[in-house]
Design a protein around this ligand. Structure first.
Ligand code: PLP
Length: 376
């Protein structure tokens, strides 16, 4: 890793991003689906000019994201939020090309306003096929009693007047075989509505950027839906766009060895900068390190906040890291920068792009003003 890159720093690798985007473009070209970027998963305006060369738009889950998509990305702006607020619905409709309502009561509440303002925006209902492909409840929209999407027994009378689309999001980091099963569940429970709808948004959770993802099956599934029902198909991945497209560079600031436990104290935090590591939980790959063999002790990576659980481990390094050494955590683009906090007031990592031409661009450094302006 180039020493001119500041530490800590999130570093997007342009070449790796373009690699994923080329795969997404091929899927679009060969299937006829439109693939838009879910801003909740990856929102880096400095990368939008690159992404815009391949994808026609974004999907937003709040007014802030809708503005970001509209003002900084361009193209189609889709909306899919669990609830729309009365003082935000007009500014949302000003920007949206597509809006998905999460419940029939939300649709009834804003229907008149929506119909008065048409055309320019197409509305959908989010459906819940009550079909689970995701093991972790925290990420499974199909858990019993889920607040996300309308189940089939609430939509027995056909597509509500004014609604043109359907939206289903029930996957998380899945391959195309999970989508095949999801589509079967949707057809079984909502087949009558598919015949009436103009478009179907298949949500996110398609890990198209991951090596080995079955794009051939995905293309076949999309083409089939288009052929049978005459539907426009939209996919809105976040993780699938930015999967494995960059790293978080950190530095060892201290080494603590206590009662057989060895910890490398880093200038980053799992709680504040990589919360999914603790929430999901998962253990990121670290360059030059591996999992310990049975009976072997490695190093814990210690986060810099005072939260007792702000650490991850263990890792065995090719060479024991010293104070001042750099630690590079892999695959740190999706659901990291969008989720960071300034908990403990800890410094936020800089953001940079490693360009294809071998130059490094610092996009943003953070300081006290950023901390202060969040709270006062
Ligand atoms: C409605 C909706 N669409 C798209 C996404 C993006 O999912 P992913 O980043 O897993 O592709 C999510 C993620 O939670 C979502 O809730």
């Amino acid at each position: 890793m180039d020493q001119s890159i500041p530490s800590p720093c999130f570093v997007l690798d342009e070449a790796r991003l373009r690699h994923n985007l080329k795969t997404l473009k091929t899927v679009q070209d060969q299937s006829g689906a439109r693939i838009i970027l879910a801003l909740k998963g990856f929102a880096l305006p400095a990368a939008f000019p690159i992404i815009r060369q391949y994808l026609p738009g974004t999907t937003a889950s709040s007014l802030n994201e809708a503005r970001l998509g509209y003002e900084c990305f361009g193209g189609e702006v889709h909306l899919c939020a669990p609830v729309y607020l009365p003082d935000e619905i007009e500014p949302l409709l000003d920007r949206a090309s597509h809006i998905t309502f999460n419940s029939m009561t939300q649709w009834q509440r804003y229907k008149e306003l929506f119909l008065r303002r048409q055309p320019g925006c197409s509305a959908a209902i989010r459906i819940n096929p009550e079909h689970s492909e995701v093991q972790t409840d925290l990420y499974n929209p199909a858990i019993p009693g889920s607040r996300l999407g309308v189940p089939a027994d609430e939509l027995t009378e056909g597509l509500p007047e004014g609604i043109e689309g359907l939206h289903v999001h029930a996957l998380c980091e899945c391959d195309a075989d999970a989508l095949e099963r999801l589509i079967a569940a949707v057809e079984q429970k909502f087949g009558h509505l598919l015949k009436q709808a103009k478009w179907l948004n298949l949500g996110g959770g398609h890990l198209i950027g991951r090596e080995g993802y079955d794009t051939v099956l995905l293309i076949r599934l999309v083409k089939r839906l288009r052929d049978i029902y005459g539907l426009e198909i939209i996919l809105e991945p976040g993780a699938g766009v930015a999967w494995d497209t960059g790293v978080l560079v950190a530095t060892v600031e201290d080494r603590i060895e206590r009662r057989g436990t060895r910890t490398l104290m880093l200038n980053v935090s799992f709680a504040a900068h990589m919360p999914d590591c603790l929430e999901m939980p998962y253990k990121p790959t670290v360059q030059g390190a591996r999992d310990p063999h049975p009976g072997e002790t490695g190093w814990r990576l210690g986060g810099m906040t005072c939260l007792a659980g702000d650490y991850l481990g263990d890792y065995v390094f090719e060479r024991d890291p010293a104070i001042g050494d750099r630690i590079v955590l892999e695959d740190m683009m999706h659901y990291t920068m969008v989720k960071t906090t300034m908990f403990n007031g800890v410094a936020h990592p800089s953001i940079g792009i490693w360009h294809e031409n071998g130059t490094f661009e610092t996009v943003r450094r953070f300081g006290y003003d950023d901390y202060l302006h969040r709270i006062g």
